[in-house]
Design a protein around this ligand. Structure first.
Ligand SMILES: O=C(CO)[C@H](O)[C@H](O)COP(=O)(O)O
Length: 555
């Protein structure tokens, strides 16, 4: 419907949507980079497929798009097919088909270039093929292609893409003269999605919005700016203002990265977290079996803001889900197990059901055993006591808590106990869990737990070693060497006098600056040494220079 706003002829009621082009992100971390943009407010992902033929560059193809779908099952993918023979890729791209479970909207669009089909008389054929394969159809035209070439097909397609640069790479300048094409299409199709792609940034978006574009692709304008959330929200407001004719007070709010601190703090795992330092990257540095693996491998859909602060149970399940993937479980299965994470946490009876937490527990147990080189011990252990896999409670693995104490309620499950030797008699409240302290120091451990009192330093901290452990016979023996390491005789807390490198999360010896293993206290030899002249630590492999006391460095 046109004419709602009056002041601009381009006025329409098509939804303003911002779709970051992932070409300019760190494509080695595609799922994570996509999540970063989505959390910063992106509405969809624009996926540039380049075949080295239609355009000189090669980017990625249908296979990667399919893999990305597993990470982002509810996100709209606009696949921009910069390929010479789009018809050859329709079926493969269609593998990433998805329907939004709530809105029932189709989440996959196949956008091909008319330049690749028209001269071969195949435009209609490709449109039909894309539809037969259950995808929405986008039709793109290059700057050099007159808009008249696409007009005969626009009735049949879902979106027109007006290229505002010559396709092939990101970071080019916006071609404002392409706006005439946008105006032309908008005038004829007030309800059709019109996308612009190339050189769109906060300072060029107004031209596109005024012309009537409602789907805004931006690559470097999103990924290479200081505040991604601000860039995205600014561009969205431009379409709402100039395209939809909304008044200032009705525009989407401006958002800033700092507003998303809990979400965006960790670019490496992009885990939406309550607290910045609650991210998986921090956690894995504390869990030897997995701490050297890639924390960014698993990602689910963004946690909505109304989940803040998420209940401890949900957080525990999220951690568990990531453990699972880190430890090799297929992410599809984890997604299944994660459907209702709160319902699948260990219950008061110790019976854990079949959910994500219990699977994680079992896998963590296996891997901890393996990590400590006692593979054989595990089978002995299971003979020892009849452990059902799902019965395994990770809290008992490395904890000194009194396990005879009944878990009072589901949310009583406190992931801090996974590896915690801390104040066991105290009542844990749900929000006691504060992994922010993972990197913040030892805190006052004798104090009663109050909100935010949870100290993840205790995750591997031996705390009060003289305390009766209650279940050593039950578990330490079962886990062989693992029991030795963790449940062994009283020893000096290896985490005394340590600092945590705020960048890598590695635990460093406060004096030498060398990385130490938090379980054994032994130096992990990374070849770092102290430069006598400057007193700074040097990591020759990573070319890193850092203060051995604070861990802060030149990166
Ligand atoms: O299709 C493209 C290039 O062919 C890209 O989507 C486009 O270049 C986005 O990057 P930027 O916004 O930096 O121009």
């Amino acid at each position: 419907m046109a004419g709602l706003c009056g002041s601009f002829k381009a006025c329409h009621c098509c939804t303003a949507r911002i779709g970051p082009s992932v070409l300019d992100c760190d494509t080695a971390m595609l799922a994570t980079e996509a999540a970063r943009a989505l959390r910063a407010g992106a509405d969809y992902l624009h996926l540039d497929v380049m075949d080295g033929n239609f355009v000189p560059a090669i980017s990625f193809g249908a296979n990667v798009i399919g893999k990305l779908r597993a990470h982002h099952p509810k996100v709209f993918f606009d696949c921009h097919m910069m390929v010479a023979k789009p018809e050859e890729q329709v079926e493969q791209v269609a593998q990433a088909k998805a329907i939004h479970p709530d809105t029932k909207k189709n989440l996959l669009q196949f956008t091909f270039h008319i330049e690749t089909t028209e001269s071969r008389g195949k435009t209609q054929e490709v449109i039909d093929l894309v539809k037969q394969n259950g995808m929405l159809v986008g039709l793109a035209l290059n700057p050099a292609t007159p808009v008249e070439h696409v007009l005969p097909y626009l009735d049949q397609v879902d979106m027109a893409l007006v290229m505002t640069v010559v396709p092939g790479k990101g970071g080019q300048s916006f071609m404002v003269d392409m706006m005439e094409k946008v105006r032309h299409v908008r005038a004829k199709y007030p309800e059709k999605d019109i996308e612009v792609d190339g050189g769109v940034k906060v300072h060029t978006v107004d031209e596109a919005a005024k012309a009537g574009a409602n789907m805004i692709v931006s690559g470097t304008g999103v990924y290479k700016v200081e505040d991604m959330a601000l860039a995205i929200s600014t561009m969205k407001r431009s379409v709402e203002l100039y395209g939809n004719g909304l008044t200032e007070d009705k525009l989407s709010p401006l958002r800033y990265d700092k507003d998303l601190a809990g979400y965006a703090a960790c670019d490496q795992c992009a885990w939406a977290s309550y607290h910045p330092s609650q991210c998986l990257v921090d956690l894995v540095h504390w869990i030897p079996p997995i701490r050297r693996s890639n924390a960014g491998a698993f990602l689910d859909t963004p946690v909505p803001t109304d989940d803040l602060p998420p209940p401890a149970a949900r957080r525990a399940a999220q951690v568990a889900a990531r453990f699972l993937v880190q430890l090799g479980a297929p992410s599809e299965d984890v997604a299944k197990w994660s459907v209702d994470p709160e319902a699948t946490l260990p219950s008061s009876t110790g019976s854990t059901g079949s959910g994500v937490a219990s699977k994680a527990s079992a896998m963590l147990r296996r891997n901890v055993t393996l990590f400590n080189g006692n593979e054989g011990e595990e089978s002995k252990a299971s003979e020892h006591k009849e452990h059902k896999e799902d019965d395994y409670d990770p809290s008992k693995l490395l904890s000194h808590e009194d396990t005879s104490k009944a878990h009072e309620e589901q949310d009583d499950y406190d992931p801090s106990k996974i590896l915690n030797h801390g104040e066991e008699g105290k009542e844990h409240k749900e929000d006691d869990y504060d992994p922010s302290k993972i990197l913040s120091g030892h805190g006052d451990e004798g104090k009663a737990h109050e909100e935010d009192d949870y100290d993840p330093m205790k995750i591997l901290n031996h705390g009060d070693e003289t305390k009766e452990t209650g279940h050593e016979g039950e578990h330490a023996g079962e886990h062989g060497k693992e029991g030795e390491v963790v449940h062994g005789e009283k020893k000096e807390d290896p985490l005394k006098d340590v600092v945590v490198d705020p960048d890598s999360g590695h635990i460093l010896d406060g004096k030498s600056g060398q990385e130490i293993d938090p379980l054994t206290g032994e130096v992990v030899d990374d070849g770092s040494y102290i430069d006598e002249g400057t007193g700074l630590a040097i990591d020759p492999y990573q070319g890193r220079l850092y203060d051995p006391v604070t861990g802060q460095g030149n990166d």
